[in-house]
Ligand binder design. Structure first.
Ligand SMILES: Nc1nc2c(ncn2[C@@H]2O[C@H](COP(=O)(O)OP(=O)(O)O)[C@@H](O)[C@H]2O)c(=O)[nH]1
Ligand SMILES: [Mg+2]
Length: 385
Protein backbone atom coordinates (compact mmCIF):
# COMPACT_ATOMS: atom_id res chain seq x y z
CA UNK A 1 0.00 0.00 0.00
CA UNK A 2 1.38 3.35 -0.98
CA UNK A 3 0.79 6.41 1.14
CA UNK A 4 2.13 9.77 0.05
CA UNK A 5 2.52 12.81 2.21
CA UNK A 6 2.34 16.39 1.02
CA UNK A 7 3.40 19.46 2.91
CA UNK A 8 2.69 23.13 2.32
CA UNK A 9 2.33 26.41 4.13
CA UNK A 10 -1.46 26.34 3.89
CA UNK A 11 -3.99 23.50 3.89
CA UNK A 12 -5.30 24.67 0.52
CA UNK A 13 -1.85 24.47 -1.07
CA UNK A 14 -1.34 21.00 0.37
CA UNK A 15 -4.70 19.88 -1.04
CA UNK A 16 -3.77 21.27 -4.45
CA UNK A 17 -0.59 19.20 -4.35
CA UNK A 18 -2.62 16.06 -3.57
CA UNK A 19 -5.03 16.81 -6.38
CA UNK A 20 -2.25 17.49 -8.86
CA UNK A 21 -0.20 14.42 -8.00
CA UNK A 22 -2.82 11.77 -7.18
CA UNK A 23 -5.90 13.02 -8.99
CA UNK A 24 -9.40 13.64 -7.66
CA UNK A 25 -9.95 10.01 -6.58
CA UNK A 26 -7.31 10.10 -3.87
CA UNK A 27 -8.34 9.31 -0.33
CA UNK A 28 -7.12 11.70 2.32
CA UNK A 29 -5.95 9.52 5.21
CA UNK A 30 -5.15 12.24 7.60
CA UNK A 31 -4.31 15.87 7.77
CA UNK A 32 -2.31 17.58 10.36
CA UNK A 33 -0.97 20.93 11.20
CA UNK A 34 2.71 20.48 11.84
CA UNK A 35 4.02 22.56 14.68
CA UNK A 36 0.53 23.01 16.07
CA UNK A 37 1.76 23.55 19.61
CA UNK A 38 2.50 27.14 20.50
CA UNK A 39 6.10 26.26 21.19
CA UNK A 40 6.83 24.49 17.95
CA UNK A 41 4.92 27.08 15.96
CA UNK A 42 7.15 29.66 17.53
CA UNK A 43 10.22 27.66 16.59
CA UNK A 44 9.29 26.49 13.12
CA UNK A 45 6.28 28.38 11.79
CA UNK A 46 3.05 26.90 10.44
CA UNK A 47 2.99 23.99 8.05
CA UNK A 48 0.31 21.55 6.98
CA UNK A 49 0.64 17.95 5.96
CA UNK A 50 -1.76 15.64 4.20
CA UNK A 51 -1.27 11.90 3.88
CA UNK A 52 -3.16 10.54 0.91
CA UNK A 53 -3.36 7.42 -1.18
CA UNK A 54 -5.17 6.17 -4.24
CA UNK A 55 -5.15 2.60 -2.95
CA UNK A 56 -6.74 2.84 0.47
CA UNK A 57 -10.22 3.13 1.84
CA UNK A 58 -10.41 4.29 5.41
CA UNK A 59 -13.42 3.41 7.55
CA UNK A 60 -15.43 6.46 8.43
CA UNK A 61 -15.65 5.38 12.08
CA UNK A 62 -13.14 7.68 13.67
CA UNK A 63 -13.86 8.50 17.29
CA UNK A 64 -13.41 12.00 18.58
CA UNK A 65 -10.37 11.09 20.62
CA UNK A 66 -8.30 11.07 17.49
CA UNK A 67 -8.03 14.39 15.81
CA UNK A 68 -6.77 13.61 12.38
CA UNK A 69 -9.60 13.77 9.91
CA UNK A 70 -10.16 11.10 7.33
CA UNK A 71 -12.36 11.39 4.34
CA UNK A 72 -13.82 8.06 3.22
CA UNK A 73 -14.79 9.37 -0.16
CA UNK A 74 -12.40 11.49 -2.09
CA UNK A 75 -11.09 14.96 -1.88
CA UNK A 76 -12.00 17.25 0.92
CA UNK A 77 -15.13 19.23 1.11
CA UNK A 78 -15.32 22.68 2.64
CA UNK A 79 -15.89 20.87 5.96
CA UNK A 80 -12.16 20.60 6.23
CA UNK A 81 -11.64 24.28 6.37
CA UNK A 82 -14.51 24.71 8.78
CA UNK A 83 -12.86 22.18 11.08
CA UNK A 84 -9.63 24.00 10.99
CA UNK A 85 -11.26 27.31 11.56
CA UNK A 86 -13.04 26.03 14.65
CA UNK A 87 -9.77 24.56 15.87
CA UNK A 88 -8.15 27.98 15.67
CA UNK A 89 -11.11 29.50 17.42
CA UNK A 90 -10.74 26.96 20.25
CA UNK A 91 -7.05 27.68 20.47
CA UNK A 92 -7.77 31.35 20.57
CA UNK A 93 -10.42 31.00 23.25
CA UNK A 94 -8.21 28.80 25.33
CA UNK A 95 -5.53 31.42 25.18
CA UNK A 96 -7.89 34.19 26.18
CA UNK A 97 -9.07 32.18 29.17
CA UNK A 98 -5.54 31.62 30.24
CA UNK A 99 -4.70 35.26 30.29
CA UNK A 100 -5.71 36.13 33.86
CA UNK A 101 -3.53 33.31 35.06
CA UNK A 102 -0.62 34.34 32.92
CA UNK A 103 -0.87 37.81 34.40
CA UNK A 104 -0.55 36.34 37.86
CA UNK A 105 2.40 34.24 36.81
CA UNK A 106 4.08 37.28 35.38
CA UNK A 107 3.61 39.13 38.64
CA UNK A 108 4.90 36.15 40.50
CA UNK A 109 8.03 35.90 38.40
CA UNK A 110 8.59 39.63 38.63
CA UNK A 111 8.48 39.29 42.42
CA UNK A 112 10.90 36.35 42.22
CA UNK A 113 13.20 38.36 40.05
CA UNK A 114 13.22 41.31 42.38
CA UNK A 115 13.84 38.98 45.29
CA UNK A 116 16.85 37.52 43.51
CA UNK A 117 18.14 40.88 42.50
CA UNK A 118 17.90 41.97 46.11
CA UNK A 119 19.21 38.94 47.94
CA UNK A 120 21.02 36.49 45.73
CA UNK A 121 23.53 38.79 44.16
CA UNK A 122 26.86 37.07 44.56
CA UNK A 123 29.31 39.02 46.71
CA UNK A 124 31.96 39.26 43.99
CA UNK A 125 31.42 41.99 41.42
CA UNK A 126 29.50 40.47 38.57
CA UNK A 127 28.87 42.52 35.43
CA UNK A 128 25.24 43.53 35.06
CA UNK A 129 24.77 41.73 31.77
CA UNK A 130 25.90 38.44 33.27
CA UNK A 131 23.79 38.95 36.34
CA UNK A 132 20.81 39.59 34.11
CA UNK A 133 21.42 36.25 32.39
CA UNK A 134 21.63 34.61 35.82
CA UNK A 135 18.29 35.95 37.02
CA UNK A 136 16.73 34.98 33.68
CA UNK A 137 17.86 31.41 34.26
CA UNK A 138 16.41 31.38 37.77
CA UNK A 139 13.19 32.69 36.30
CA UNK A 140 13.19 29.82 33.81
CA UNK A 141 13.34 27.40 36.77
CA UNK A 142 16.99 26.48 36.34
CA UNK A 143 18.17 25.24 39.74
CA UNK A 144 20.24 27.80 41.57
CA UNK A 145 23.39 25.67 41.77
CA UNK A 146 23.24 24.94 38.03
CA UNK A 147 22.60 28.59 37.18
CA UNK A 148 25.59 29.64 39.26
CA UNK A 149 27.85 27.10 37.62
CA UNK A 150 26.71 28.11 34.14
CA UNK A 151 27.22 31.74 35.00
CA UNK A 152 30.77 31.14 36.17
CA UNK A 153 31.49 29.20 33.02
CA UNK A 154 29.92 31.95 30.96
CA UNK A 155 32.05 34.55 32.66
CA UNK A 156 35.25 32.65 31.98
CA UNK A 157 34.28 31.92 28.37
CA UNK A 158 33.26 35.44 27.43
CA UNK A 159 35.61 37.54 29.55
CA UNK A 160 34.53 39.89 32.29
CA UNK A 161 34.17 42.91 30.04
CA UNK A 162 31.35 41.59 27.97
CA UNK A 163 28.38 43.88 28.21
CA UNK A 164 26.29 42.69 25.32
CA UNK A 165 23.52 40.55 26.71
CA UNK A 166 22.76 39.24 23.20
CA UNK A 167 26.27 37.82 22.95
CA UNK A 168 25.86 36.26 26.38
CA UNK A 169 22.53 34.69 25.46
CA UNK A 170 24.06 33.23 22.32
CA UNK A 171 26.99 31.85 24.25
CA UNK A 172 24.73 30.38 26.93
CA UNK A 173 22.53 28.75 24.28
CA UNK A 174 25.67 27.25 22.76
CA UNK A 175 26.78 25.90 26.14
CA UNK A 176 23.38 24.29 26.73
CA UNK A 177 23.35 22.79 23.24
CA UNK A 178 26.70 21.19 24.01
CA UNK A 179 25.55 19.81 27.30
CA UNK A 180 22.20 18.40 26.17
CA UNK A 181 22.17 15.11 24.33
CA UNK A 182 19.40 13.70 22.17
CA UNK A 183 18.82 10.27 20.65
CA UNK A 184 17.22 11.18 17.33
CA UNK A 185 14.16 9.26 16.12
CA UNK A 186 13.67 5.55 16.90
CA UNK A 187 15.78 3.65 14.44
CA UNK A 188 13.28 1.33 12.78
CA UNK A 189 14.42 -1.29 10.29
CA UNK A 190 12.28 -3.70 8.34
CA UNK A 191 11.70 -7.01 10.11
CA UNK A 192 14.06 -6.25 12.99
CA UNK A 193 11.37 -6.38 15.65
CA UNK A 194 12.81 -3.45 17.55
CA UNK A 195 11.17 -3.37 20.97
CA UNK A 196 10.70 0.07 22.50
CA UNK A 197 9.12 0.39 25.95
CA UNK A 198 7.71 3.48 27.62
CA UNK A 199 7.81 3.57 31.42
CA UNK A 200 7.02 6.25 33.97
CA UNK A 201 4.61 7.49 36.60
CA UNK A 202 0.84 7.40 36.06
CA UNK A 203 -0.74 10.13 33.97
CA UNK A 204 2.39 11.50 32.33
CA UNK A 205 1.16 10.53 28.85
CA UNK A 206 2.69 7.12 28.11
CA UNK A 207 -0.34 5.64 26.37
CA UNK A 208 -1.05 8.79 24.38
CA UNK A 209 2.58 8.99 23.29
CA UNK A 210 2.55 5.31 22.22
CA UNK A 211 -0.49 6.11 20.07
CA UNK A 212 1.31 9.10 18.52
CA UNK A 213 4.43 7.06 17.76
CA UNK A 214 2.42 4.11 16.43
CA UNK A 215 0.29 6.30 14.18
CA UNK A 216 3.29 8.13 12.78
CA UNK A 217 5.35 5.02 12.08
CA UNK A 218 2.36 3.15 10.67
CA UNK A 219 0.59 5.84 8.66
CA UNK A 220 3.45 8.10 7.65
CA UNK A 221 6.32 5.65 7.32
CA UNK A 222 4.23 2.63 6.46
CA UNK A 223 5.97 0.47 9.05
CA UNK A 224 4.72 -2.80 10.45
CA UNK A 225 4.00 -1.89 14.05
CA UNK A 226 2.74 -4.04 16.93
CA UNK A 227 1.60 -2.95 20.38
CA UNK A 228 2.02 -4.74 23.68
CA UNK A 229 0.48 -3.39 26.84
CA UNK A 230 1.49 -4.43 30.32
CA UNK A 231 -1.15 -2.18 31.81
CA UNK A 232 -3.17 -4.84 33.61
CA UNK A 233 -4.35 -2.92 36.63
CA UNK A 234 -6.51 -0.29 35.08
CA UNK A 235 -8.82 -1.90 32.55
CA UNK A 236 -9.70 1.54 31.22
CA UNK A 237 -6.08 2.07 30.31
CA UNK A 238 -6.02 -1.13 28.26
CA UNK A 239 -9.16 -0.02 26.48
CA UNK A 240 -7.59 3.37 25.76
CA UNK A 241 -4.74 1.75 23.86
CA UNK A 242 -7.07 -0.78 22.24
CA UNK A 243 -9.14 2.04 20.77
CA UNK A 244 -6.05 3.54 19.19
CA UNK A 245 -4.89 0.09 17.99
CA UNK A 246 -8.23 -0.41 16.24
CA UNK A 247 -8.23 2.99 14.58
CA UNK A 248 -4.67 2.67 13.35
CA UNK A 249 -5.35 -0.98 12.58
CA UNK A 250 -2.53 -2.52 14.56
CA UNK A 251 -2.26 -5.82 16.40
CA UNK A 252 -2.23 -5.39 20.16
CA UNK A 253 -1.45 -7.91 22.87
CA UNK A 254 -2.23 -7.52 26.56
CA UNK A 255 0.22 -9.35 28.81
CA UNK A 256 0.13 -9.85 32.54
CA UNK A 257 2.86 -12.42 33.25
CA UNK A 258 6.47 -12.74 32.12
CA UNK A 259 5.50 -15.86 30.21
CA UNK A 260 2.78 -14.05 28.26
CA UNK A 261 5.30 -11.34 27.55
CA UNK A 262 7.72 -13.87 26.08
CA UNK A 263 5.02 -15.34 23.85
CA UNK A 264 3.77 -11.95 22.66
CA UNK A 265 7.29 -10.84 21.78
CA UNK A 266 7.85 -14.09 19.87
CA UNK A 267 4.68 -13.51 17.83
CA UNK A 268 5.83 -10.01 16.86
CA UNK A 269 9.44 -10.90 16.24
CA UNK A 270 9.38 -10.11 12.52
CA UNK A 271 7.56 -6.79 12.89
CA UNK A 272 9.50 -3.59 12.22
CA UNK A 273 8.65 -2.03 15.57
CA UNK A 274 7.02 -3.24 18.77
CA UNK A 275 5.87 -0.45 21.07
CA UNK A 276 5.30 -1.41 24.67
CA UNK A 277 3.01 0.47 27.02
CA UNK A 278 3.41 -0.18 30.72
CA UNK A 279 1.30 0.45 33.80
CA UNK A 280 2.07 3.67 35.56
CA UNK A 281 4.28 2.90 38.53
CA UNK A 282 4.61 5.06 41.52
CA UNK A 283 8.32 5.75 41.74
CA UNK A 284 7.96 5.27 45.50
CA UNK A 285 6.79 1.68 45.13
CA UNK A 286 9.92 -0.43 45.11
CA UNK A 287 8.03 -3.73 44.64
CA UNK A 288 6.20 -2.45 41.57
CA UNK A 289 9.42 -1.19 40.06
CA UNK A 290 10.95 -4.66 40.54
CA UNK A 291 7.86 -6.27 38.94
CA UNK A 292 8.18 -3.96 35.99
CA UNK A 293 11.85 -4.81 35.77
CA UNK A 294 11.20 -8.56 35.53
CA UNK A 295 8.49 -8.05 32.90
CA UNK A 296 10.82 -5.90 30.83
CA UNK A 297 13.65 -8.41 31.26
CA UNK A 298 11.55 -10.92 29.29
CA UNK A 299 11.07 -8.48 26.45
CA UNK A 300 14.66 -7.22 26.33
CA UNK A 301 13.69 -3.85 24.84
CA UNK A 302 16.29 -2.10 22.71
CA UNK A 303 15.11 1.19 24.19
CA UNK A 304 13.35 2.07 27.43
CA UNK A 305 12.10 5.66 27.41
CA UNK A 306 11.29 7.20 30.77
CA UNK A 307 8.30 9.44 30.20
CA UNK A 308 8.33 12.59 32.33
CA UNK A 309 5.95 15.51 32.38
CA UNK A 310 7.64 18.87 31.82
CA UNK A 311 5.32 20.28 34.45
CA UNK A 312 7.14 18.41 37.23
CA UNK A 313 9.54 20.23 39.52
CA UNK A 314 13.29 19.64 39.31
CA UNK A 315 13.39 17.60 42.49
CA UNK A 316 10.57 15.23 41.65
CA UNK A 317 11.89 14.72 38.10
CA UNK A 318 15.28 13.77 39.52
CA UNK A 319 13.83 11.37 42.09
CA UNK A 320 11.61 9.71 39.50
CA UNK A 321 14.56 9.24 37.14
CA UNK A 322 16.64 7.73 39.95
CA UNK A 323 13.95 5.20 40.89
CA UNK A 324 13.27 4.14 37.32
CA UNK A 325 16.96 3.78 36.54
CA UNK A 326 16.58 0.30 38.09
CA UNK A 327 14.56 -0.91 35.09
CA UNK A 328 17.30 0.14 32.65
CA UNK A 329 15.98 3.40 31.22
CA UNK A 330 17.87 4.53 28.11
CA UNK A 331 16.34 7.95 27.41
CA UNK A 332 13.96 10.61 28.65
CA UNK A 333 10.79 11.45 26.76
CA UNK A 334 9.33 14.76 27.87
CA UNK A 335 5.58 15.36 27.66
CA UNK A 336 3.21 18.29 28.24
CA UNK A 337 5.54 21.02 27.02
CA UNK A 338 2.36 22.91 26.18
CA UNK A 339 1.44 23.03 29.86
CA UNK A 340 4.83 24.00 31.23
CA UNK A 341 5.56 27.66 31.81
CA UNK A 342 9.32 27.16 31.80
CA UNK A 343 11.69 24.28 31.26
CA UNK A 344 14.83 24.98 33.29
CA UNK A 345 13.87 21.97 35.43
CA UNK A 346 14.85 19.69 32.54
CA UNK A 347 18.51 20.57 33.03
CA UNK A 348 18.39 19.08 36.53
CA UNK A 349 17.13 15.72 35.34
CA UNK A 350 19.33 15.47 32.25
CA UNK A 351 22.35 16.21 34.43
CA UNK A 352 21.49 13.87 37.28
CA UNK A 353 20.38 10.95 35.08
CA UNK A 354 22.94 11.44 32.33
CA UNK A 355 20.24 10.29 29.86
CA UNK A 356 19.64 11.76 26.40
CA UNK A 357 16.21 13.08 25.39
CA UNK A 358 14.28 11.24 22.70
CA UNK A 359 10.97 12.96 21.94
CA UNK A 360 9.00 15.98 23.11
CA UNK A 361 5.22 16.15 23.16
CA UNK A 362 3.23 19.33 23.32
CA UNK A 363 -0.45 18.48 23.31
CA UNK A 364 -3.13 15.82 23.43
CA UNK A 365 -3.59 15.47 19.69
CA UNK A 366 -2.78 12.07 18.23
CA UNK A 367 -0.69 11.81 16.12
CA UNK A 368 0.33 15.46 15.72
CA UNK A 369 1.71 16.69 18.98
CA UNK A 370 5.09 14.98 19.07
CA UNK A 371 8.51 15.85 17.74
CA UNK A 372 11.97 14.41 17.83
CA UNK A 373 14.04 16.29 20.42
CA UNK A 374 16.76 18.56 18.98
CA UNK A 375 19.52 20.20 21.01
CA UNK A 376 19.06 23.70 19.62
CA UNK A 377 15.29 23.77 20.09
CA UNK A 378 15.68 22.40 23.61
CA UNK A 379 18.27 25.02 24.50
CA UNK A 380 15.98 27.82 23.24
CA UNK A 381 13.04 26.39 25.13
CA UNK A 382 15.02 26.16 28.36
CA UNK A 383 16.20 29.74 27.98
CA UNK A 384 12.79 31.08 26.95
CA UNK A 385 11.05 32.97 29.72
N1 LIG B 1 -1.43 18.92 27.54
C1 LIG B 1 -0.95 17.71 27.28
N2 LIG B 1 -1.61 16.62 27.70
C2 LIG B 1 -1.10 15.41 27.40
C3 LIG B 1 0.11 15.25 26.67
N3 LIG B 1 0.35 13.92 26.56
C4 LIG B 1 -0.66 13.29 27.18
N4 LIG B 1 -1.54 14.17 27.70
C5 LIG B 1 -2.77 13.91 28.47
O1 LIG B 1 -2.43 13.42 29.75
C6 LIG B 1 -3.45 12.53 30.21
C7 LIG B 1 -2.83 11.21 30.64
O2 LIG B 1 -2.31 10.58 29.48
P1 LIG B 1 -2.08 9.00 29.39
O3 LIG B 1 -1.50 8.73 28.05
O4 LIG B 1 -3.32 8.25 29.76
O5 LIG B 1 -0.99 8.82 30.54
P2 LIG B 1 -0.37 7.46 31.11
O6 LIG B 1 -1.08 7.18 32.40
O7 LIG B 1 1.08 7.78 31.36
O8 LIG B 1 -0.56 6.39 30.09
C8 LIG B 1 -4.44 12.39 29.06
O9 LIG B 1 -5.51 13.26 29.30
C9 LIG B 1 -3.64 12.84 27.85
O10 LIG B 1 -4.44 13.35 26.83
C10 LIG B 1 0.80 16.45 26.23
O11 LIG B 1 1.86 16.43 25.60
N5 LIG B 1 0.21 17.64 26.56
MG1 LIG C 1 -1.49 4.53 30.28
Amino acid sequence: MQIKTFRAKTMQQALNLVRRELGPEATVLHTRELNSGLISRYLKGREYEIAASTEVRVPARLPQAVTYEASPSSLPTPAFETDYRSKYRDDFQERSFQQPNEGLEELHSLAERLRYRASARPPSQVPDAIFQVYTDMIESDVEESIAQELMKHLQSETGINTHSSDALQTELARMLQNELTVTGPINVEAGQGRVVALVGPTGVGKTTTIAKLAANFRLRENRRVGLITVDTYRIAAVEQLRTYAEIIDLPMEVVSTPREMRDAIARMRDFDLVLMDTAGRSPRDEVKIQELKSMLAEAEPAEIHLVLSAVGGAKSLKTTAERFAAVGTTSLLITKLDEATCLGNLLSVTRSSGLPISYLTDGQNVPDDIQVAKEDALASLILAH
